[in-house]
Write a protein that binds this ligand. Structure first.
Ligand code: GLA
Length: 513
């Protein structure tokens, strides 16, 4: 167990001043995607590959994992996206159209999406930019880009991971750019996750194409975490920190915390590194069988708070002493900053962390909050000293204030409302959806974007940290048939004034005259 001891180096009190030490920019900035408000903070969710590989991916597994997301408290902590990876979900019929694999997914891929949305979770699907997915068990999008992206939109995906297998002769940037155009043509805002394992150096151009891009190869083979490989991936991803920003993230792959092969200390350090790198927090362990320690790690609101910070800055290594790494350069929305001190070595280590290591005035008077012990000490001047066991990390927040507020963490009771109007008379029906934030502040009222169909109106009411969306459907003048609307609402984080990720939900209306 880690021992953290804080030592006062000086009693001088001077104003706290945040500075990012200047570093060479290693990334060319292309124009970002036009704003559709998705993934403004790193996506959080679960994907099957690390634990299960292809087997036994099926509807039962995805439903059980979705249920575990809710019962474990992970949904409450901010995890949202869930769905199959290369889980033999669909095939291509003789007319070229994608059809659901009903043997594995009896509700069909649209039905599975509805089940996920009704629990206030978001739906993730998977495909490939080449002719086939990696195992060749599923068709890829090559030469079917527009039809396939339409199919994913029709299944109501909110997130699509696009792999890079079987792409002989294809150019990475061109292929993913075509898929971006196809996604936009499909008309549903969908988080676009590029998975070329760093091929084509997507960090240089992909902000104009998608929301996240894998920076490296796979973090492990199915079923067993690989700490050494995770450390190599961390080193590669760390260097790309200038590319990360709201809506666009370096993706060092799904998480391995909670899988076989890691100690409790490594689980915690891994999670600390992913939070510090503003990496997508896609859990990869079996959520149905978690130890209390794994749950505590994956749901730590204070660690998640730095990952979900609205400024969207990726931390980086600012100094090494022996094997110990000091990670900083991550200012947060309230003027505090995140610091990670990591001992990847095999021996215990002691370190003096000086404020000047972090680009701060030596005389700054700072409170130090430990995001794992939840203890605040201070104010301290000059620095602190730390002792770290092998592979352990201290994840800290430093601030002039002792408050340490959390950014918005959004939790909805549902992302799908379904109405049925039977009989010839015109009807008015209402359905309510509730969204709350588990951050420290009350959010301003959500603003529903104009452009709803004439049969739907939405009123927002605020009650502390919860807000209700009352949806009123009027069937006057509507012919028999099925109607659909996608509602978007926007909000701002009050302290930084930065936009929060937009809220999208589906409304279905079935009129049987
Ligand atoms: C690649 C990806 C993995 C996973 C598998 C599926 O290896 O990098 O994350 O999606 O394909 O075959």
């Amino acid at each position: 167990m880690r021992r953290t001891s804080f030592v006062i180096f000086s009693l001088l009190i001077m104003p706290f001043f945040l500075a990012r030490p200047s570093v060479a920019q290693n990334v060319n900035r292309a124009a970002d995607l036009p704003d559709d408000g998705v993934a403004l903070t790193p996506p959080m969710g679960w994907y099957p590959w690390n634990e299960f590989g292809q087997e036994p991916q099926n509807q039962k597994l995805i439903e059980e994992i979705a249920a575990a997301l809710v019962t474990s408290g992970m949904k409450e902590a901010g995890y949202q996206y869930v769905g199959p990876d290369e889980g033999i979900c669909f095939s291509r019929d003789s007319s070229g159209k994608l059809t659901s694999n009903l043997e594995r997914y009896p509700s069909g891929l649209r039905g599975l999406g509805d089940l996920i949305h009704k629990q206030g979770l978001k739906y993730a699907l998977y495909t490939d930019a080449g002719t086939h997915t990696c195992s060749k068990a599923m068709p890829g999008t090559k030469d079917h880009e527009f039809d396939d992206m339409q199919a994913f939109a029709n299944w109501r995906a909110d997130y699509i991971k696009v792999d890079w297998c079987n792409t002989e002769g294809q150019d990475v940037a061109q292929s993913y750019t075509k898929l971006r155009d196809a996604l936009r043509a499909a008309g549903r805002p969908i988080v676009f996750s590029l998975c070329s394992w760093g091929e084509g150096e997507p960090w240089k151009w992909a902000a104009s194409v998608g929301n996240l891009w894998r920076t490296t190869g796979d973090i492990c083979g199915p079923g067993k975490a690989d700490w050494a490989n995770a450390m190599k991936i961390t080193a590669a991803n760390e260097k790309l920190y200038t590319a990360a920003r709201p809506g666009h993230w370096n993706d060092p792959d799904m998480m391995i915390s909670g899988m076989n092969g890691l100690s409790e200390t490594q689980n915690r350090s891994f999670f600390s590194l992913w939070c510090m790198m503003a990496a997508p927090l896609m859990a990869g362990n079996d959520l149905r069988r978690m130890t209390p320690s794994t749950v505590r790690i994956l749901t730590n609101p204070e660690a998640i708070g730095i990952n979900q910070d609205p400024l969207g800055i990726q931390g980086r290594i600012v100094r090494r002493e022996g094997e110990i790494e000091i990670w900083a350069g991550k200012p947060l929305f309230d003027g505090s900053q995140a610091v990670l001190v990591f001992n990847p070595g095999a021996a215990p280590a002691e370190l003096r962390l000086a404020w000047t290591d972090l680009g701060l005035e030596e005389s700054a008077s700072l409170y130090v909050h430990d995001l794992w012990t939840h203890q605040t000490t201070g104010p301290r001047q000059r620095g602190i000293s730390l002792s770290l066991a092998p592979t352990d990390a201290a994840l800290l927040r430093l601030s002039r204030s002792s408050a340490f507020p959390l950014p918005p963490i959004l939790v909805a009771d549902s992302y799908l409302l379904s109405f049925r109007a039977a009989g010839p008379a015109s009807q008015k029906l209402t359905g309510v959806l509730t969204v709350k934030t588990n951050g420290s502040d009350v959010l301003p009222p959500w603003k529903v974007q104009p452009g709803l169909p004439a049969w739907l109106s939405v009123a927002v009411r605020r009650n502390g940290k919860s807000q209700t969306f009352t949806n009123t459907v009027s069937t006057a003048g509507l012919a028999k048939g099925s109607y659909h609307a996608l509602v978007r609402a926007d909000n701002l984080e009050p302290r930084s004034g930065k936009p929060t990720s937009s809220l999208y939900y589906d409304v279905d209306l079935e009129v049987s005259r």
